[in-house]
Design a protein around this ligand. Structure first.
Ligand code: FES
Ligand code: FES
Length: 159
């Protein structure tokens, strides 16, 4: 039976009446038209579907909408302020940390979650935050470079 859930999505309160077991990924993409969050494996193995749930990087393909009732969700669409990209988005563009771009929203959300908690991460902390994310184009060196660059910019440390 359907139930009604209230989520704050990218700062806006949204309600949805749906099957409680429906995936957050599907609600975001199909009900809210937030298609920046990608469907990759659907099995919690690739990270393409990552969003922030109350600040935590979360695989939306493994998260029932009932689990995020009354919670705050941030998707890749919620990072920029108007025309001004988030520092992580800008860093990915600056170092061309993508090829096809399919993994990019999930990578960016993982990096944002990391840098909010750990503004000056070590190499090990960056690797740990990104290790569950797969890039089929193998852009890993530039993805890690982008995370380092964004960390430097956000923490005001020159590289
Ligand atoms: S689509 Fe969610 S982890 Fe791959
Ligand atoms: S840029 Fe193509 S999957 Fe990562």
């Amino acid at each position: 039976m359907d139930a009604t859930f209230t989520l704050t999505v990218n700062g806006q309160q949204r309600t949805v009446s749906t099957d409680p077991q429906r995936l957050l990924l599907d609600v975001l993409r199909e009900d809210f038209q937030l298609t920046g969050t990608k469907y990759g494996c659907g099995e919690g193995q690739c990270g393409a579907c990552t969003v922030l749930v109350d600040g935590e990087a979360t695989f939306s393909c493994r998260t029932a909408v009932s689990k995020v009732d009354q919670k705050s969700i941030v998707t890749v669409e919620g990072l920029a302020e108007g025309e001004k990209l988030h520092a992580v988005q800008r860093a990915f563009l600056d170092v061309a940390a993508l090829q096809c771009g399919y993994c990019t929203p999930g990578m960016i959300m993982a990096a944002v979650a990391l840098l909010r908690k750990t503004p000056q991460p070590t190499e090990e902390q960056i690797a740990a935050a990104m290790e569950r994310h797969i890039c089929r184009c193998c852009a890993y060196p530039r993805i890690l470079q982008a995370v380092r660059r964004a960390a430097s910019e956000l923490s005001g440390v020159a590289t």
